[in-house]
Design a protein around this ligand. Structure first.
Ligand SMILES: *Cc1c(COP(=O)(O)O)cnc(C)c1O
Length: 322
């Protein structure tokens, strides 16, 4: 691994240069309906329109681009509930190296198929009984592969922060900014960009109500571990924040909020009906929390990070029908 120093905004800026031309500069969408509903100006950073359908391509690309020639030759191994897997598989393919991906047996079919489609070698495990980190580490040792974790790595955090950097460059300073939270790679990277580019922004992380370990950790000052939460937000079913992500979040984030599965479905419907975009449940966390705070946001400039759009269409239809 290139470095285990905590990343800074300089690393986010370097990552932006490194991934320019490989990752999409995603659009920032606005919606008159949303603005009228809130009485505020909302800016949606649409990482559902990123390559492979989520911001995770940014971190994967940045981490793999820093491999030495020997590391490239042996390849990368990753463990992931989905989007990190696809991100690593696609970034590895584009950079010409082999990728082994450790995925849960019950990962959404679309995510497994896409990972295989990008050329990833998929190894499965039971997410309720087995430790994916241990499986990943064993594979890494046995075959000389470099393990890139989904969030707790300086190059991954720096890469994820490039989405927020682009948002501030395009929308200018914001009063409030809502970012989806799983293990905290996206939130930590976004926090570095926020404190550098729009220091007065009130920054919120948003996680599923069923698994509020981040909120507990943030409020208690120590990383809290929980059982895998049962929620439709499969990209945020993490059990704990990271050793690198937590201190950045504690220092630079203002609060951690939660959203229920029903609220996520309402937001998926809003995005599809009003903005004509497909957003996966996890990608709705930020918007869901902002809706709860609507009255406090009146007259403000608000950023919403829409983190991804990878959802089985059959599942998508079923969510909207319920
Ligand atoms: C991974 C993921 C998240 C959570 O990101 P972390 O860096 O783990 O906090 C949120 N949304 C989507 C779509 C994801 O794939």
């Amino acid at each position: 691994m290139s470095t285990l120093q905590p990343p800074t905004y300089a690393d986010v800026a370097a990552a932006a240069d490194r991934i320019a031309g490989i990752a999409n500069r995603t659009p920032v969408l606005t919606s008159r309906t949303a603005n009228e509903l809130f009485g505020a100006e909302l800016y949606f950073k649409c990482e559902n329109l990123q390559r492979m359908g989520a911001f995770k391509f940014r971190g994967a690309c940045n981490a793999l681009a820093r491999f030495t020639p020997e590391q490239r030759r042996a390849g990368v191994v990753a463990f992931s509930s989905g989007n990190h897997a696809q991100a690593i598989a696609l970034a590895a393919k584009l950079l010409g190296m082999p990728a082994t991906i450790v995925m849960p047996q019950d990962a959404p079919a679309a995510k497994v198929a896409a990972t295989k489609g990008y050329g990833g070698n998929v190894v499965t495990y039971d997410r309720y009984t087995e430790d994916r980190e241990q499986i990943g580490r064993e594979l890494a040792e046995k075959h000389g592969l470099t393990l890139i974790p989904p969030y707790d790595h300086p190059d991954v955090i720096a890469g994820q922060g490039t989405a927020a950097k682009e948002l501030f460059e395009e929308a200018g300073p914001l009063d409030a900014f809502f970012v989806c939270l799983g293990g905290g790679g996206l939130l930590a990277g976004s926090a570095l960009a926020t404190r550098a580019l729009s220091p007065d922004t009130t920054l919120y992380g948003v996680e599923p109500e069923a698994g509020n370990d981040g909120q507990q950790s943030f409020r208690s000052g120590a990383i809290v571990h929980i059982d895998t939460p049962k929620t439709i937000a499969d990209g945020a079913q993490t059990q704990h924040l990271g050793q690198l992500t937590f201190p950045i979040i504690r220092r630079d984030v203002d609060d951690i909020l939660t959203a229920s599965d029903d609220e996520l479905v309402d937001c998926m419907r809003f995005f599809a009906e009003r903005m004509k975009i497909v957003v996966e449940p996890t990608g709705c966390l930020g918007f869901a929390a902002a809706r709860r705070m609507k009255d406090q946001l009146k007259g403000k400039k608000v950023g919403i990070l829409v983190s991804g759009g990878n959802v089985d269409l059959a599942a998508f239809a079923a969510y909207l029908a319920r």
